[in-house]
Structures are given as C-alpha cells and as structure tokens.
Design a protein around this ligand. Structure first.
Ligand SMILES: CC(C)(COP(=O)(O)OP(=O)(O)OC[C@H]1O[C@@H](n2cnc3c(N)ncnc32)[C@H](O)[C@@H]1OP(=O)(O)O)[C@@H](O)C(=O)NCCC(=O)NCCSC(=O)C[C@H](O)C(=O)O
Ligand SMILES: [Mg+2]
Length: 280
C-alpha cells in the first residue's frame, strides 16, 4: 500500500502583489497555492510582492494547502533568499531548460524543488532535468509559454501540445515526480475547462494549475477518483487477497484479468481517495 500520497488536484496561482487574492486563498478549496513572483507581477511590483507574500506566509492560516513560491527567475537571488526565510513547501522555478539550474537551486534552497517545463528545450531535456536532483518534487506544465514558443495555436483538444505534455509526463514518472497540467486559457469557459481537466487525468497528470477560484471545484472533482472507481479498486484488492490465499498469481474479477500491477494501481487509487476524504 502506498505510504503517503498528497492530493494535488488543484494548484492555484496567486499573484504575489494581490493582497486580496492572497487573503482569499486561505478560504479556497485548492490543494496548493503557487505564490507567483514571475509573470503575474510587473517588474516594478516585484519588491512589494515579496513583502506581501512574506507577510502572508508568516501570518499562516493556509491549513493543509501546500505553499509554493514561484520565483521570478531561475537565478533571482532575492527570491531564493526570501524562500529560505519562509516556511514553504516548495519553490517553483520557471522556464527550466538545464540540469545546472536544478543543481544550483538544490544548493540554494532547503525546500522541495518544482520545475516549470514550458519551452522546447525544457521539454527535450525533461528526462535529464527530472534526474538532476533527489530534491525535485515535480514538474508543472507551462502550456501558455509552450504554445507561444512552439508558435502553435490554442486549440480545444490541445493537439499541438500533446507530444510535449507526454514527454514531460514520461520524464516525471520515470523519476517518481509529480506532474501537474498547465492552466486553461479561457476564464469564462467551464465546459472547455472541464474537458481540459479530463484530458489531463487521462494523460496521467496528478492535477491542474488554475488561475481563478471558480475553477477549483471542477479540478478537484475531476482529479479525484470517482466513487465507482474506488469501489472497483476495493473489489480488486479483496479478490486479489483471496486469489493469493489460494496460491494464484492471477485472478478474474468480473470479465477482467487481475495481476499484481492492477492491485498496485488499485491500492494507489484507494490511498489517494482516502487522502482526499480526510481533507475534504
Ligand atoms: C485572471 C484574473 C486577473 C481575473 O481577475 P478578476 O477579473 O479581478 O477576478 P474576479 O473579479 O472574478 O475575482 C473574484 C474574486 O476572486 C478573487 N480571485 C481572483 N483570482 C484569484 C486567485 N488567483 N487567487 C485567489 N483569489 C482570486 C478576487 O480577489 C475576488 O475576490 P473577492 O474580493 O472576494 O470578490 C485573476 O483571477 C488572477 O490574477 N489570476 C491569477 C493570474 C496569475 O497568477 N497568472 C500567472 C500564472 S499563470 C502562468 O504563468 C502560466 C504558465 O507560466 C504558462 O506559461 O502557461
Ligand atoms: Mg509560463
């Protein structure tokens, strides 16, 4: 049975210079908060954003939510210094393209490290980056930057991004990392958002990065195992116990063959559902 699974269904970006949003995030049902010092903050507002985030994190009140600081650049010394002074759960580095960036970050921070994969070089080197440090926690897809860099179009089915998303997922999974899908462009497009979440689940992502409170519930619902999936997982584990007691290495449940790998998957799903249950 997997020991500890942390739900990361919804990771909410909150601009570092928006005190009202930072305050509101304490009440929102997201699994993680990404305090942003990068793109959401204008260059002249970086300093005030650092101070605003620092005050909020020190004040606390974020409960179970994972608190992650997206630094303004891979080499921004002020942001690393800030991160070291705060009780965070991680730092997120934008536009990672080199192993050296992760190695440097591992020396500069005591926090778990997350990398944004959002450029062609980052995607092509995702496997090397994923192996760069045992301090890495996961990858976050930057689908807007990636679309721009590919000179692709934002299409509802995200066909132009599928190769990149799959490469980053392969790299993440090969090295035991979490993988979080990119943001959905449309703010007033609940159907499109839901479809993008479903596609993210089907591809294998653990959750979705979101930019607005109105999308959190949908991401949480779609990235949670459905009750019927959990019931099936429990049936698999139970049937497997009986099969093993009879010395069998393979079982039949309904019309499906079950082997150890299916039991591993089922146990993971049950553990995730229980972790979500204890949170929600
Ligand atoms: C996108 C927004 C600018 C929309 O802002 P606005 O129209 O002002 O929102 P609302 O009036 O609908 O807000 C309603 C209430 O919700 C709060 N709110 C809004 N957004 C957030 C949030 N992200 N976190 C917490 N709370 C939020 C408002 O304060 C209102 O509260 P109340 O006062 O109680 O009514 C805005 O949503 C926003 O700024 N979102 C975050 C944008 C962001 O962080 N962008 C950068 C990350 S995405 C990225 O970089 C992509 C990646 O790198 C890539 O390449 O793909
Ligand atoms: Mg980006």
């Amino acid at each position: 049975m997997p020991k500890h699974i942390r739900p990361r269904r919804s990771m909410l970006y909150v601009p570092g210079d928006k005190p009202r949003a930072i305050e509101k995030a304490r009440t929102l049902p997201c699994d993680a908060i990404l305090f942003d010092l990068e793109d959401a903050v204008a260059p002249e507002a970086k300093e005030i954003a650092r101070q605003t985030v620092a005050d909020a994190v020190r004040a606390g009140g974020y409960g179970h939510r994972e608190l992650i600081l997206r630094v303004s650049a891979a080499d921004c010394a002020e942001d690393y210094a800030l991160a070291e002074a705060l009780p965070l759960d991680g730092i997120l580095i934008p536009k990672v393209e080199k192993v050296e960036v992760v190695e440097r970050a591992a020396r500069a921070t005591r926090h778990p490290i997350w990398c944004m994969i959002e450029t062609p070089l980052g995607v092509l080197r995702a496997a090397e980056i994923a192996a760069a440090s045992d301090r890495l926690a996961g990858f976050v897809a930057g689908t807007n930057d990636l679309t721009k860099e590919l000179r692709a179009r934002h299409t509802p089915d995200r066909t132009p991004l599928l190769t990149s998303l799959s490469l980053m997922l392969l790299a993440a999974r090969a090295h035991g990392l979490a993988a979080i899908d990119g943001v959905h462009l449309g703010l007033d497009d609940p159907e499109g958002f839901e479809a993008a979440c479903r596609q993210g689940v089907e591809l294998g992502f653990d959750g979705k990065t979101v930019v607005h409170p109105s999308t959190i519930d949908t991401a949480n619902r779609i990235f949670s195992p459905a009750p019927e999936e959990v019931a099936k997982a429990r049936a698999i584990v139970a049937a497997w116990g009986e099969a093993r007691a009879q010395g069998k290495g393979v079982a039949r449940i309904g019309g499906a063959m079950v082997e150890q790998l299916h039991v591993d998957e089922a146990e993971r799903m049950i553990a995730l559902a229980e972790a979500i249950g204890s949170r929600d």
